[in-house]
Design a protein around this ligand. Structure first.
Ligand code: DP6
Length: 333
């Protein structure tokens, strides 16, 4: 069987994509910037089926069983397959299996990892490389804008040129430039009830959103410089401000969207306390209650020792900056 398999990471946004200017083509209102992760990954195996059959879309459970994908996952994959088929002009039916190494739909960018994995696997299957220039633009057509950043490793800006909002993502520094750790506090692993897509469409209804858009260019620059100069203090200031602002917009949208839980706030408070004590640590959240605690590798053991004492954390995922998608020789079926 001619199988192609990839592993593609999730990413955590340091400057958030929130609000769209073109929902059809998934074009953002602002440039965003993320750190690609290394252990939170989606795996995807793809192989051609005989002509005249229909696509088989499968999910691999944590117990290793291959089951038909649930209707929502199937619909998302079929929708994106249409764009991939048109782009690569390849119409053969496919068998696709996928799985995640981390909770799905809980604000840990599972759709970013999943659609990046599907796009990359399709491109490899059609004989292209992991550096194929269309990957980022193609991946965003899935409807997951943050997926456009997951096709590249390290620190990634989308679009790379902040003045050209229809452009592709670009790496601003590789993971080895600053191998930050990301300790993810899973406060609630359940599927979130308001999707990011709904959140994007509501952003404009917050009276604070226009102000946010005027503040973002300077903040993006602050984060870029902090990364390039490995300046943690500068990074922490901008990243926490940004995370709170994303949720401020969500909470003041009409209708309001509240993603935080009491344990979310407890982690944020403890992180601020540890920073006051001199540790290189800051926190951010995407559209969910789970907190990404960023820290330098040197301070990571002390940070984790303090944070793991907090009650009401369901699970910790210890992740770090990573290098982007890679081809796998082991397949899901
Ligand atoms: C808050 O529309 O890319 O994570 O498709 O669910 O991954 P998913 O979300 P998407 O919006 C991402 C919103 C965000 C911020 C970000 O990642 O930039």
């Amino acid at each position: 069987m001619n199988r192609t398999s990839v592993s593609s990471p999730a990413n955590i946004a340091l400057i958030k994509y929130w609000g769209m200017r073109d929902a059809q083509n998934t074009l953002p209102n602002n440039a965003s910037l993320s750190m690609t992760l290394s252990r939170c990954v989606s795996l995807c195996t793809l192989a051609p089926l005989a002509n005249g059959t229909t696509d088989e879309i499968l999910w691999k459970t944590s117990r290793g069983a291959l089951v038909p994908a649930d209707p929502a996952l199937r619909a998302g994959i079929e929708h994106h397959l249409q764009a991939l088929r048109e782009h690569f002009d390849h119409w053969q039916p496919l068998r696709i299996a996928t799985t995640n190494s981390f909770p799905t739909g809980a604000g840990i960018a599972s759709s970013a990892a999943g659609f990046s994995a599907l796009t990359t696997a399709f491109a490899l299957y059609r004989g292209h490389s992991l550096t194929h220039p269309a990957l980022s633009d193609l991946t965003r057509l899935s409807g997951s804008g943050s997926a456009a950043r997951s096709v590249t490793g390290g620190f990634v800006q989308w679009p790379g040129n902040a003045r050209l909002l229809s452009g592709p993502a670009l790496q601003i520094a590789p993971a080895r430039h600053w191998p930050l750790h990301d300790l993810i506090a899973v406060v609630d692993a359940r599927h979130k009830t308001v999707s990011s897509r709904q959140g994007h469409l509501l952003a404009n209804s917050s009276e604070f959103y226009p102000t946010r858009l005027t503040l973002l260019p300077d903040r993006l620059e602050q984060v870029r410089r902090a990364i390039l100069e490995r300046d943690f203090t500068r990074l922490a200031d901008a990243v926490e401000r940004e995370a709170v602002e994303l949720h401020l917009i969500a909470m003041t949208s009409q209708p309001p969207v509240f993603y935080w839980r009491p344990a979310t706030l407890a982690v944020l408070e403890q992180v601020r306390q540890l920073r006051r004590e001199g540790l290189d640590v800051c926190a951010t959240l995407d559209a969910g209650p789970n907190v990404h605690v960023l820290c330098t590798p040197q301070h990571s053991p002390k940070v984790f020792a303090a944070l793991r004492k907090l009650p009401d954390i369901q699970r910790w995922i210890l992740d770090r900056a990573g290098d982007g998608p890679r081809r796998l020789e082991q397949h899901l079926y």
